[in-house]
Write a protein that binds this ligand. Structure first.
Ligand code: MD6
Ligand code: FE
Length: 216
């Protein structure tokens, strides 16, 4: 049974399983949120948020940057991981220790020991921004899980099946929640519904999402 607090949100520390190897760890990032956001600010000063273009020429609504040895990018040539930020021609900023620790702890709590991430995609959402259902398939090996950290405004996360048409779970992700999916759930379709305009106390009308992966 999920315990709801006074505001109707699940209590910190709750675990909600979306599959046998997919879980939301409620509030796991709350204690280090300020540290994470300070680190994002330092990363963005080096490699700013930018809207990437799909191979088909559409501008992606979400604004993105990366840290770590590899960064996820998209342009007319395709989706891929690259060690160089194409915007500034330099390597992506290093993965902060707090990202690494949080991701490894969350992965272990979800049953994935020995997670060694080398990439973190940082996404910024504004009210109305959405992310269509997709699978994460650009990583070299699918044994490592994906760890997704939500900061700022609440979003409705969609977690579907292995076919795009399968019915997707809808689950609200709040500031500090961490979702982890891997193993048999690693290639499930997922996305984010258009964000409501409901400003967050610390971050205003923004949502920042960190997806920490092993890409190489
Ligand atoms: C999110 N992002 O921003 C989740 N996956 O909440 C993703 O799932 C994602 O933004 C693959 C490539 C780009 C992405
Ligand atoms: Fe994804």
């Amino acid at each position: 049974m999920t315990t709801l607090d006074l505001f109707g949100s699940p209590a910190e520390g709750e675990r909600e399983w979306l599959g046998s190897q997919a879980v939301v760890l409620r509030g796991q990032a709350a204690p280090c949120a300020v540290e994470l956001l300070d680190a994002v600010e330092a990363i963005v000063a080096q490699s700013p948020f930018r809207q990437m273009v799909t191979p088909g020429g559409l501008t992606i609504a979400v604004a993105s940057t990366n840290c770590g040895a590899l960064g996820w990018t998209s342009d007319r040539r395709g989706y891929r991981y690259d060690g160089i930020d194409p915007l500034c021609g330099r390597p992506w900023p290093a993965m902060p220790g707090c990202f690494m620790h949080l991701a490894q702890q969350a992965a272990a709590d979800a049953g994935f020991l020995g997670f060694e991430p080398d990439a973190c995609l940082i996404n910024q959402y504004l009210p109305g921004t959405k992310l269509s259902l997709h699978q994460d398939k650009n990583e070299r090996d699918f044994n490592a899980p994906i760890v997704s950290v939500s900061l700022g405004m609440t979003a409705v996360f969609l977690f579907g099946g292995h076919d795009r048409g399968e019915r997707a779970f809808r689950i609200s992700l709040h500031h500090g929640d961490v979702a982890v999916w891997g193993g048999v759930d690693r290639l499930r379709y997922h996305g984010v519904m258009a964000l409501a305009d409901a400003p967050h106390a610390q971050l205003g009308n923004r949502r920042i999402n960190l997806t920490i992966r092993k890409a190489g």
